[in-house]
Ligand binder design. Structure first.
Ligand SMILES: Cc1cc2nc3c(=O)[nH]c(=O)nc-3n(C[C@H](O)[C@H](O)[C@H](O)COP(=O)(O)OP(=O)(O)OC[C@H]3O[C@@H](n4cnc5c(N)ncnc54)[C@H](O)[C@@H]3O)c2cc1C
Length: 309
């Protein structure tokens, strides 16, 4: 189904100050470096642009995905019937001496972490090195080393077709790698409250975390981090390893030798190869240990190419 016609694209192009592209290859916008084209690729210039884009897309009944760094998504080879709204221009960041931080969705998480640490604010230093934007980090409740973005989160401004409003963090049912966004809600910005800390100690912790991450996560090829969620009381990588799948290859996709819960793309993989390998891994683990692995990565799009704009 082709849900985007040239008239919607034209309307968006006229109405927005940001970028509107057609048939944009999503391999350019995901860390796995795979994925067919999005029929529409929109980068709103600011909050007003975002609101207008959401309104036009809703009127045209055009589905959309919000996209940040693309480090937790697998876009299928057939591309996306609909729109991708990218947060690339939403980069406002305010850090107040009181520890209050207001960050727009497209701010790289690492920028926020560095600025917080340099300001002597504690609560996000262990998130250093997670490849994320603030929007993606909040949507996934990104976390590591016992810290998660949701810990210091107070309010989230969420836009929908009828406007933007603030939601208290408690309303979003934040839990491990989970955040319940209202339907068709796009995170515009997040407000965090951090605590005062010792700058030197925070910087030491941040560097330590980066070092650990480099050792554990450097897999030498394009990837999307952990592919599967950890089942209750178990580590997905251990289950995958125990099933003898470390190093398993399918075309250009491979279960990483360094980290068994990562699947790498050697540069030639298709999204179908990655997804099929994921299915093989989940089936082999279920057979070996009885554990059911659920994907942590979000899967978007169509298996086969469809007519585009
Ligand atoms: C090498 C590597 C290491 C990683 N390590 C970790 C780790 O230690 N801990 C961890 O938690 N994750 C980790 N990840 C996964 C990933 O970085 C996180 O899930 C991150 O939060 C995704 O952010 P993003 O900006 O890339 O979001 P995307 O991948 O672009 O999107 C992820 C989801 O968030 C939604 N989203 C994005 N922006 C918005 C928005 N503005 N409004 C509404 N929804 C939005 C998308 O629609 C999608 O459903 C790792 C990934 C890689 C590649």
């Amino acid at each position: 189904m082709n849900v985007v016609d040239a008239m919607i694209a034209d309307r968006l192009q006229k109405a927005l100050r940001g970028t509107v592209r057609q048939n944009e290859p999503m391999a350019r916008h995901t860390t796995w470096r795979v994925g067919g084209p999005a029929q529409l690729f929109i980068v709103p210039a600011d909050a007003d642009d975002l609101r207008i884009a959401l309104e036009i897309l809703a009127e045209a009944d055009c589905p959309w995905h919000a996209c940040g760094y693309g480090s937790n998504v697998l876009v299928r080879d057939g591309g996306i019937n609909g729109a991708v709204i990218h947060t690339g221009y939403l980069r406002g960041l305010e850090i107040h001496p009181s520890g209050r931080i207001v960050a727009e969705a497209g701010v790289p998480l690492m920028v926020l972490v560095r600025r917080a640490v340099a300001s002597g604010l504690a609560g996000v230093e262990a998130l250093a090195g997670i490849p994320a934007t603030i929007g993606g980090a909040v949507a996934m409740n990104a976390g590591a080393h016992g810290q998660a973005i949701g810990d210091g989160l107070k309010r989230v401004t969420i836009c929908r077709k009828d406007g933007c409003r603030e939601w208290p963090a408690e309303a979003l049912e934040i839990s491990r790698r989970h955040c319940l966004l209202p339907e068709n809600g796009f995170i515009l910005s997040a407000q965090l409250q951090l605590q005062p800390g010792d700058k030197n100690e925070l910087a030491r912790r941040m560097l330590e975390v980066l070092k650990t991450r480099r050792a554990a996560h450097y897999v030498g090829a394009a990837n999307a981090g952990s592919v599967f969620r950890n089942p209750e009381q178990q580590a997905a990588w251990r289950l995958i390893d125990a099933a003898g799948l470390r190093g398993r290859r399918l075309g250009g996709a491979q279960v990483s030798e360094q980290h068994a819960n990562f699947i790498t793309n050697d540069g030639s993989a298709t999204a179908t190869e990655i997804e099929t390998l994921m299915q093989e891994v989940a089936a082999a683990v279920a057979q070996h240990s009885g554990a059911q692995l659920e994907p942590e990565v979000r899967i978007w799009g169509e298996l086969n190419m469809t007519g585009n704009v």
